[in-house]
Design a protein around this ligand. Sequence first.
Ligand code: SF4
Length: 391
Amino acid sequence: MNCFEPRSPSVIPIELKNGARVKANDVAPQGVYRPNYNILTPNMRSPEYVQMSTAAALTLGIMSGKMYRCECTRCLNLLLTYPEGCRANCAYCGLARHREAERDYADRNFIRVDWPAVPLDMTIDIVARDGESTPFHRMCISMITHPRSDEDTVTVLKKWTARIDPGTLPVSILASPTTMARDDVKRLNELGADISTVALDAATPEIFERTRGKGVQSPHSWKKYWEILMDAREIFGPQKFGAHLIVGMGETEHDVLQLVQKLVDLGGHSHMFCFFPEKGSLMDHVPATPRDQWRRVQLARYLIDYRAVRFESMKFDGSGRVFDYGIPESELEEVVAKGVAFRTSGCPGKFADDVSACDRPYGDSPPSNIASYPFQPNRTDLRKIRRQLKI
Ligand code: SF4
């Protein structure tokens, strides 16, 4: 058996399907809800409520605490929320539908952290009040697969732009292609969204099918994801669209970097995530991506995306591993020393084009063995990175 094969989703008792437990208890929400498995989850629903990462809640000041070596996050990710949750079943994702029996949607861990649920109006009030002094460089609405997702994304975007100028604080959309049509992409663009991305996640159609298609009783299709990605390309334009890719789900380095080049040739960007076995997901038995593999892909992707190095000039061994990045050693050394290639990748913030606003602190690794650095790596970090790269 392929060691990247997801577990099979178990059968969910009917009384636990579709958020039935939360809807039956119908507890009225009282302000911010912090995920807590020991109390009844309130009945919260977008657009009144959104979820946000723990890092965003700390930055907004609605939760107290500190993050290791980060004073804040620069991207406010707003995740739509419903008692029914995401209706897809992606094998690596903590939000997937197969967890219905185990955990209410608002209590599920996602990219390793808890996602508090917060009233949208409260969130907008805080960011509007902070004005130009907001620590955020970007806001991102993360859609999920739900019949209300398209309409509610529009409502969240309208409410947001009515109070906060998207020219000052740009908005990205993490689109959910399965429920979308081209007109939905167009509408979000007309309403002021700056960048639209699609979480392709898998680097090949086979891995896509196995991890988020029929292989796990999930509704997504590679074809539909590409359709919406190409709609975003036409509607949002060059440098304003992109795809999320997860490295380490059974693809080769050659596979993923070929796709990175394809996205650049189309005029877009790739946003990379290092696979981490999310607890409770159908792939929680799969080992995290070896650091040497991840670092090589991070470095090569950075060269393709920001240094105009072509995939075709790189060399790969018989297992599809990069061993030559296609540029002189001195140039490679300069890029490694700069460190930006090893930071979290995503939509840009206000510091530089190649520095992502979306820093997702510890979203793809524990702080003890960082995959994507949510800050500028220092000399000690770079020594470790070089060891991992075997440079
Ligand atoms: S569609 Fe997105 S949120 Fe839903 S299960 Fe798949 S990866 Fe998770």
